[in-house]
Design a protein around this ligand. Structure first.
Ligand SMILES: *[C@@H]1O[C@H](CO)[C@@H](O)[C@H](O)[C@H]1NC(C)=O
Ligand SMILES: *[C@@H]1O[C@H](CO)[C@@H](O)[C@H](O)[C@H]1NC(C)=O
Ligand SMILES: *[C@@H]1O[C@H](CO)[C@@H](O)[C@H](O)[C@H]1NC(C)=O
Ligand SMILES: *[C@@H]1O[C@H](CO)[C@@H](O)[C@H](O)[C@H]1NC(C)=O
Ligand SMILES: *[C@@H]1O[C@H](CO)[C@@H](O)[C@H](O)[C@H]1NC(C)=O
Ligand SMILES: *[C@@H]1O[C@H](CO)[C@@H](O)[C@H](O)[C@H]1NC(C)=O
Ligand SMILES: *[C@@H]1O[C@H](CO)[C@@H](O)[C@H](O)[C@H]1NC(C)=O
Length: 418
């Protein structure tokens, strides 16, 4: 009695245990037009005979728990196979192997799939079934952060997911692009950025590595950050000349764009606020504009000061030319006036002697000698008189040892009493 009461449940449990269906995956996502594998094994009691095996798919208006059979995707009696799945399935058809392949899947294949076996003493449907989702292109990128307001700030943990409307086929190799450039390290359908920075700002797209036609539209990873690289650009560049117009621009990189600018001038250790626009213009530069300038750029995220630039206005070339010309003119005038003065002094000193000066040249030596001889006299004014004497031809006058031709210069010294 004891024997039977313990043996029967054991036999029963063995019989129950040997009736099973096991699906390898509970839910599967595949790309449309690709093939899907439903890996599956089953068991049934020893000494039983299998009558039918089948995969069925409940219709969309039926219960999805396996109690309503819908259409046959596979059937051991091929005539039972639904038109939609004829020629598209491959059943393992081995002992206790219920694996099924479906080729060229499409959106209409979405749904639950169950394996059911019937043998001579009973029937059994594998519970839970397999939930097949067909990923219909195009892919799209979704961006997620831990924050709820949707804004992405520097330092946030960001996840980009490449998927379709209903699911993502995770087994495929993915390619990610930032501003159309491949990101080599991103090969998964999910791309994590642990601490996002302003460098990550940009347009992202993804797709299957194997097919460029699957690439998505770009999505902007809109990282918000306070102004960076705040710098002053000076236009025109180069030397700043007096009188020229000048524009200083507060360059920066910020997201969102800068809303408030400020300009400061440091002069003699005093900082003054000089402007509120992105540009600071000087209509006509002068030495007064010399000093150190910097700007501040501010957006919702914060503010940043530029580095300081020194402005040094040079006297313009125009003015240099004018100054040089004036200097040259003045110099020439001075020379002319000086010359006139000298000439005048010489003229008056020469006019003093009573008689006109003859054209003949006088050697200094004789003149000096003559003067010296006079100085001793004291009482007398002296003057030198030169005269050319034209003498008759040599033949008409008494011979004289003259070598210089017809003209003889006669020097004479006259003294007269003052
Ligand atoms: C299945 O394929 C065979 C040949 O491969 C073809 O003759 C038959 O028409 C196909 N049936 C369907 C329903 O496509
Ligand atoms: C079941 O059959 C499929 C297709 O023939 C095969 O790939 C798979 O390895 C088999 N599974 C087992 C457990 O034998
Ligand atoms: C795959 O299925 C689609 C319809 O869903 C059909 O237009 C296409 O021709 C099929 N491709 C192959 C290779 O059978
Ligand atoms: C199958 O999976 C999809 C998501 O991929 C889900 O929306 C749907 O509710 C699932 N179906 C069932 C019956 O669990
Ligand atoms: C992102 O794409 C938009 C629209 O195509 C474009 O206007 C923008 O300049 C792009 N941004 C970057 C950083 O490439
Ligand atoms: C920024 O500028 C706006 C006007 O453009 C002004 O209302 C606001 O007070 C300014 N903010 C700061 C912090 O200066
Ligand atoms: C930027 O300049 C302003 C004005 O001089 C000053 O008050 C502020 O502290 C500066 N900020 C930084 C970050 O240096």
């Amino acid at each position: 009695m004891f024997y039977i009461s313990t043996l029967l449940p054991m036999l029963l449990s063995a019989a129950v245990a040997s009736l099973s269906v096991s699906y390898h995956s509970k839910s599967i996502c595949v790309l449309e037009r690709s093939s899907v594998d439903f890996s599956c094994t089953f068991d049934y009691p020893l000494y039983s005979t299998l009558k039918t095996t089948r995969w069925f798919k409940p219709l969309s208006n039926q219960k999805q728990d396996g109690t309503q059979f819908g259409i046959s995707v596979y059937h051991s009696n091929t005539a039972e196979i639904h038109q939609l799945y004829k020629n598209r399935t491959a059943y393992a058809n081995q002992d206790r192997n219920c694996s099924l392949q479906i080729h060229n899947v499409s959106k209409s294949d979405n749904g639950m799939y169950f394996f059911r076996l019937e043998y001579d003493h009973g029937k059994y449907t594998g519970p839970w079934g397999i939930n097949l989702s067909v990923a219909v292109l195009p892919f799209r990128v979704t961006v997620k952060t831990q924050k709820k307001n949707g804004h992405i700030h520097e330092g946030d943990y960001v996840t980009l997911t490449c998927g379709t409307e209903n699911c993502t086929p995770k087994k495929e190799p993915f390619a990610w692009f930032k501003n159309q450039r491949l990101i080599p390290e991103a090969t998964d359908n999910v791309f994590h950025i642990a601490s996002v920075s302003h460098h990550d700002f940009g347009n992202y797209s993804c797709g299957l590595k194997t097919s460029s036609s699957t690439s998505t539209d770009e999505i902007l990873l809109d990282v918000k950050y306070m102004p960076k690289n705040v710098e002053i650009a000076v236009f025109p560049s180069g030397k700043i000349r007096e009188g020229n117009s000048l524009t200083l621009i507060c360059m920066n990189n910020a997201n969102p764009s800068v809303t408030n600018y400020s300009w400061f001038l440091i002069k003699e250790a005093k900082v003054s606020h000089i402007g509120l626009d992105r540009e600071f213009s000087i209509k006509s530069a002068s030495q007064k504009d010399n000093g150190q300038y910097f700007c501040t750029a501010k957006n919702d995220m914060g503010s940043q000061n530029s580095s300081v630039i020194a402005l040094n206005v040079e006297v313009s070339v125009h003015q240099n030319v004018l100054l040089t010309a004036t200097a040259v003119f003045l110099f020439l005038m001075a020379v002319v006036i000086f010359g006139l003065i000298i000439w005048r002094i010489q003229f008056t000193s020469k006019k003093h002697p009573t008689e006109q000066t003859p054209a003949a040249t006088v050697t200094e030596e004789i003149y000096e000698n003559l003067r010296k001889s006079q100085e001793s006299e004291g009482k007398y004014s002296t003057s030198v008189v030169y005269a050319d004497l034209s003498l008759p031809p040599a033949s008409d006058r008494p011979s004289c040892n003259s070598q210089a031709g017809d003209t003889v210069i006669i020097y004479s010294l006259l003294s007269y009493n003052k």
